[in-house]
Design a protein around this ligand. Structure first.
Ligand SMILES: *Cc1c(COP(=O)(O)O)cnc(C)c1O
Length: 301
């Protein structure tokens, strides 16, 4: 309620208070050849009726494709990846009832979270440097950090949250494609044993980071695999196999009563605009869709 009032006060133009000019008015400047500095991303929450309708239609289209692809009884969450898109786009979808949004740049997520409704469920899907752990932890309505891939970051998050009484859900990011440019821990195979890095990370979080809760696994996957037609996506197969093996290895250590219970309690986040239908057919619990909802993104400057 208080927050709504705060938001409203941001939107309502304040009556202007007449002031004596401190300096004489600046004369109009001749056109400069210098490029103007880029304005900061607009934090205005106002959107046009047309843009609102377009975004709603796009989300409804994606939701119906998800529904059609899901096996009976299986539900997959749609996370609208709003990186580089204005806060007003998010407000438009929020007004249409959508709640899960994802961002890739931590300062941008913090700025948007500060002006948008407090019951948005934020997913952070970018790579987070350890020195930004505090900033992420300061955002009260983070639903899940999708990209935890190191003990160092886990420890920083634990430090940032300790004493706050709050907890943070995390997905462990798995580099299923093995590309150097992708972060993530190496996947597990049937041959992996309980000294594998992913097992060690999961155990470390459990044993040493009481403010963190492992909610599942996430992969980004290779561009080629996500755009190949008609074949089983190897990244999705690898993430599912990794979940089975992690569940088996953790059950062996008594973390789960059985491997089956482990599989049931670990979500998998996979699937983007190009391949979310395949991902849902493959059992994804959470798909991350940007372009199909918001349109193409400009290149990040
Ligand atoms: C940008 C991004 C997405 C969304 O990608 P689209 O192809 O635009 O749907 C999903 N996941 C991650 C991690 C991203 O960075």
């Amino acid at each position: 309620m208080q927050r709504t009032a705060q938001l409203a006060s941001r939107l309502v133009p304040r009556p202007s208070i007449p002031r004596l000019p401190l300096r004489p008015p600046v004369p109009a400047r001749a056109a400069s050849t210098k490029p103007k500095p880029k304005p900061a991303m607009s934090q205005s929450l106002e959107y046009t009726a047309d843009r609102g309708a377009e975004l709603r239609e796009n989300v409804e289209g994606v939701l119906s494709e998800i529904k059609a692809a899901a096996a009976p009884g299986h539900e997959a969450r749609l996370v609208a990846i709003s990186k580089i898109k204005p806060a007003s786009d998010i407000q438009a979808l929020y007004d249409a009832g959508h709640r899960h949004f994802g961002e890739n740049y931590i300062q941008e997520m913090a700025d948007k979270a500060a002006v948008l409704p407090a019951d948005i469920c934020w997913h952070f899907v970018g790579s987070l440097q350890s020195n930004k752990a505090k900033l992420l932890a300061s955002i009260p309505n983070v639903f899940v950090l999708e990209t935890l891939a190191s003990v160092k970051l886990a420890d920083k998050l634990q430090q940032a949250l300790a004493g706050s009484g709050r907890t943070l859900d995390v997905y462990l990011q798995v580099n299923t494609s093995g590309e150097d440019a992708k972060s993530g821990v190496e996947p597990l195979t049937a041959a992996s044993d309980d000294s594998a890095p992913l097992v060690a990370l999961a155990e470390h979080v459990r044993a040493a980071c009481p403010a963190l809760r492992v909610r599942g696994l996430m992969t980004i996957g290779s561009w080629e695999a996500s755009h190949a037609e008609g074949t089983q996506n190897p990244d999705f197969a690898a993430l599912k196999e990794t979940r089975e093996n992690l569940a088996r290895l953790l059950a062996g250590k008594g973390v789960y009563a059985s491997a089956e219970e482990g599989v049931k309690s670990l979500e998998i986040s996979m699937g983007m605009s190009a391949d979310f239908v395949e991902a849902v057919k493959d059992g994804s619990n959470s798909v991350r869709v940007g372009t199909r909802i918001f349109g193409a993104r400009p290149r990040k400057q």
